[in-house]
Design a binder for this molecule. Sequence first.
Ligand SMILES: *Cc1c(COP(=O)(O)O)cnc(C)c1O
Length: 417
Amino acid sequence: MTATDVKFGEYGGQYVPEALMPAIEELTDAYERYVLENEDGFMDEFRERLRDFGGRPTPLQYAEHLSERYDSEVYLKREDLLHGGAHKLNNALGQVLLAKYMGKERIVAETGAGQHGTATAMAAAHLGLPCEIYMGKRDINRQRPNVFRMKLNGSEVNPVTTGRGTLKEAISETMRDWATNVEDTHYVIGSVVGPAPFPAMVRDFQAVISEEAREQAIEQTGGVPDTVVACAGGGSNTMGTFANFVDDDGSDGGTRTDLVAVEAGGSSLSVDEEAGVAPNSASLSTGDEGVLHGARTKLLQDRDGQILESHSVSSGLDYAGVGPELAYLVDEGRVRAANVDDDAALAAFHRLSRLEGVIPALETAHAFAWADENRDELGEITVINVSGRGDKDLESVVQETEERDVEGAVDMGEVFH
Ligand SMILES: *Cc1c(COP(=O)(O)O)cnc(C)c1O
């Protein structure tokens, strides 16, 4: 790991209690040896398991109807076809396997909507390690199917009742568990967030997305794409989708691939300081610098540095922070930060389902909504990452669609009433 992978400009770092430093150092050492240097064939085993258990490589699929609509050749990177239905397994499998190589005997993880928890539970069952997932009480009640999935895979689900009982508290609680049990336990963090080496390590596990996509694009279209779009919550599918394109910056006279990270604009970009609420999760676009969960990054916070309550119609994007490297790449001008609101994401959810026969996760729908609103800015060849499938969102989409006037939505009432 180079010094720039601990800090990304002013962002990143290791803002953790002293008790965690030995664990961080041990993990850094393991990351360098097994991931970066492929010691004991770690990366070979990781790739083999991603293939046989995960179903990789995922296709890069030409999307005929979107291409007509946008007058750009549009390709979908189908991470929704990965085992579990989202990109999250790439990271969970990598980290649980790393824990095994480190001789750890127990896995802990946090989860918000339950997607990372289910991916970690799957990986832990696959690799035969006991696993405990911390999840906010409120989220447990909102995400019952994912709680069942975790339990079916043999994981324990620990309710977190502090604060608002959501993701932020679940992360803090998991850090506490890790600090107490560092000797035998590994903490599988769910995105490119947290103290170093997590942001770089999670990026490297997710980079398989762009490693494949870049090769597939060259093979299928004869070159690298002009535009690559991904949605950003913590930023792990974004970093994974961008990683192998960052150097395609036009400096060698070749194509400059435009990288667009689409955040949740929620219901509004304005902030209610009084109530401590930002009705969005657009930390790249509207946040400012602060420290959260062990790293300096861009955050939704009030003037006193208190973290604001974030919001998005998609629970997987609902986080007040963002990965430090992504914040850095935006500041550097290599990645463009964009956002779309809840309504646009819902409309895109319906549109992609109808036009292409692909029902995306609500998180993913944000990337497609941006492409729709900015079709003039798409280059000749566009790759959009389908970070996950939408089965988990059907209930809430039907409900949200009934409550608002969503452009181009089918009338579900016709079916049910
Ligand atoms: C969790 C999730 C996200 C957001 O997380 P990132 O770390 O930003 O990738 C996006 N899409 C899907 C389908 C998810 O499950």
